[in-house]
Design a binder for this molecule. Structure first.
Ligand SMILES: Nc1ncnc2c1ncn2[C@@H]1O[C@H](COP(=O)(O)OP(=O)(O)OP(=O)(O)O)[C@@H](O)[C@H]1O
Length: 273
């Protein structure tokens, strides 16, 4: 992906290691993680609790710095990509500004990039409808449930149709029906906008439904244990009916086997339902 004639990868991590603390308190969170996410590719990270998934996301988003190794985003340093706001972020904690209304939060990226008030209103209306919060535009984040706050954060991350989305368990606090609806929407949006996504989840079916590749990580220190190619076809083929099909279950089994390795161990923190 880094050849000069090709487009730079959406994300490239090369030998990324992150060690927290020092001496006896050292925690090796990630070891030698090399991963390339192509433009337009949907890649999920899955692995046991504490294996460094969020750490990797924070490093890509330049909210933290690797102990060694390098990260580029569209060929730029992680820092430059953050300053240029080259991607949308939806992380576990919604990260909304409590003093702005729901509408004000969703509009923020549009405002930063100088969209006109009319354009902002139109786009925000669209997004509010998409995440099922049309009646809550004038509410403040602390007036919403955790799942509603997450949906606001997802709407905000999509506001500018970015070429890259960094999503860390964005659907974790949603009820099952809303979660499936948001998954369907995300597949549609990715097909429409051609955006790349790096997506952290504990749910194997969710990873399989959404992804082109599922990156399976080992317990701490997190390393890439395996990468499973998911060949379920284009967005059009990934309709709700796919969830009932044998190929879907085959892909789930492949990821589960990669996650559990040789032994059928119970991997804490990874849901197989
Ligand atoms: N700022 C920090 N200081 C010290 N240790 C940290 C810090 N951030 C993360 N860690 C440690 O690094 C390891 C990886 O944490 P991380 O949150 O990335 O895991 P995760 O795979 O996202 O877990 P989960 O699936 O439970 O969300 C954990 O052992 C955690 O305690």
């Amino acid at each position: 992906m880094s050849a000069s004639t090709e487009q730079p990868a959406a994300v490239e991590t090369a030998g990324v290691t992150r060690v927290f603390g020092s001496g006896r308190g050292e925690v090796h969170a990630l070891r030698d993680v090399s991963l390339t996410v192509a433009e337009g590719e949907f890649v999920s990270l899955i692995g046991p609790s504490g294996c460094g998934k969020s750490t990797l996301m924070r490093l890509i988003a330049d909210l933290d710095t690797p102990s060694s190794g390098a990260i580029t985003v569209f060929g730029k340093s992680a820092r430059q990509a953050r300053l240029d706001q080259d991607y949308g972020i939806a992380f576990q904690q919604a990260g909304l500004l409590p003093w702005r209304t729901v509408r004000g939060n969703i509009e923020l990226p549009l405002q930063t990039h100088g969209a006109s008030p009319a354009r902002r209103r139109e786009r925000t209306d669209e997004l509010l409808q998409m995440v099922g919060l049309s009646d809550f535009g004038e509410h403040y984040p602390d007036q919403l449930s955790g799942g509603m706050q997450q949906r606001v954060a997802i709407a905000r991350s999509l506001a500018e149709s970015p070429k890259l989305l960094l999503m860390d368990e964005p659907f974790g606090a949603l009820d099952e029906m809303t979660r499936e609806r948001m998954q369907n929407e995300l597949v549609r949006i990715c097909a429409e906008t051609g955006c790349a996504v790096v997506f952290v989840t504990h749910s194997i079916p969710e990873a399989v439904f959404l992804s082109d590749r599922v990156v399976v990580m080992s317990p701490r220190p997190g390393e890439i244990r395996d990468i499973v190619d998911i060949t379920l076809g284009t967005a059009a083929a990934r309709g709700a009916a796919l969830r009932e099909e044998a190929v879907f279950y085959d892909a789930i089994r492949a990821v589960r086997e990669a996650l559990h390795g040789a032994e059928p161990a119970v991997v804490r923190g990874a849901e197989t339902r």
